[in-house]
Design a protein around this ligand. Structure first.
Ligand code: SAH
Length: 243
């Protein structure tokens, strides 16, 4: 795996309950040359069980970053994929593990990428998937769709390992994509403008916010484009204030 991919792809585990799974994830990652592990509020960590399950991948485990929120783990990322054992109601662009690997290796040539894995019992919440550009589901038997956390990471990492052998770096001057923080700043600005123009009722936002997030996430905006959109929001807000 090329060194830029190693540096740019993060595996993010949200509120893992079993420390053994954390160790097994580190091992899955190392076998496929991944090294950046982020742990969002792990229940028990560090732990001897995690170290023992990591086996020879204790360096990946030792380098893991423990974060207090998913937002913190996603800082600086310009492409984020959520993973789920279930297919959800709302239309997230749904990728298979193979398609996910292709998109991740493509986006990693432009910036940092995160693949987010959920809790063993309940997976990821919809509010967490809201922060993602796409959702990945590993096709399984209809009768039992839920893989063990480390098995799910292994499959994604394997696909990534295969898909990146022929990746070439994009032009250095390709336009930089907006980061997670820049997108969240844009969304806050958008909600403010939509409330000010009374398009959005803050007491009753329904599915509108989620649907708008999906539209803008699909566009994979560049930093420049986010600035232009924020300019349109600032001028709308200025007008509503002067009315
Ligand atoms: N009961 C939970 C299962 C969680 S399994 C649920 O229905 O969501 C723990 C994590 O492993 C999931 O959050 C996801 O990140 C990953 N995972 C398990 N099976 C998967 C599958 N078939 N496709 C994609 N990710 C999967």
């Amino acid at each position: 795996m090329s060194s830029f991919l190693k540096k740019r792809v993060r595996i993010v585990l949200v509120e893992t309950s079993h420390p053994g799974n954390i160790g097994a994830v580190a091992r899955s990652m190392k076998t496929m040359s991944l090294e950046r592990l982020y742990l969002v509020n792990p229940l028990i960590y560090p732990s001897a069980e995690a170290t023992s399950r990591a086996s020879g991948a204790d360096d990946v485990l030792a380098g893991a970053q423990v974060c207090r929120s998913l937002n913190e783990a996603l800082e600086g990322c310009s492409f984020i994929v959520g993973t789920s054992a279930r297919q959800r109601r709302i239309e997230w662009p749904l990728l298979s593990a193979r398609e996910c690997a292709q998109q991740v290796s493509h986006h990693a040539s432009e910036g940092d990428v995160a693949i987010v894995f959920g809790r063993e019992r309940s997976g990821l919440k919809n509010e967490e998937l809201d922060l993602c550009h796409a959702m990945m589901n590993i096709p399984t038997s209809q009768d039992y769709t839920s893989l063990n956390l480390a098995s799910a990471v292994q499959i994604v990492a394997y696909e990534l390992f295969l898909s990146c052998s022929d990746i070439v770096m994009r032009d250095k001057d390709a336009e930089e994509k907006a980061t997670h923080e820049q997108m969240e700043g844009f969304f806050s600005h958008l909600w403010e403008a939509l409330v000010a123009t009374e398009f959005l009722d803050p007491q009753n936002p329904g599915q509108l916010k989620r649907r708008l997030r999906r539209i803008y996430s699909r566009a994979h905006l560049t930093r420049n484009e986010v600035n232009i959109l924020r300019g349109t929001l600032t001028s709308t807000l200025d007008k509503t204030k002067s009315l």
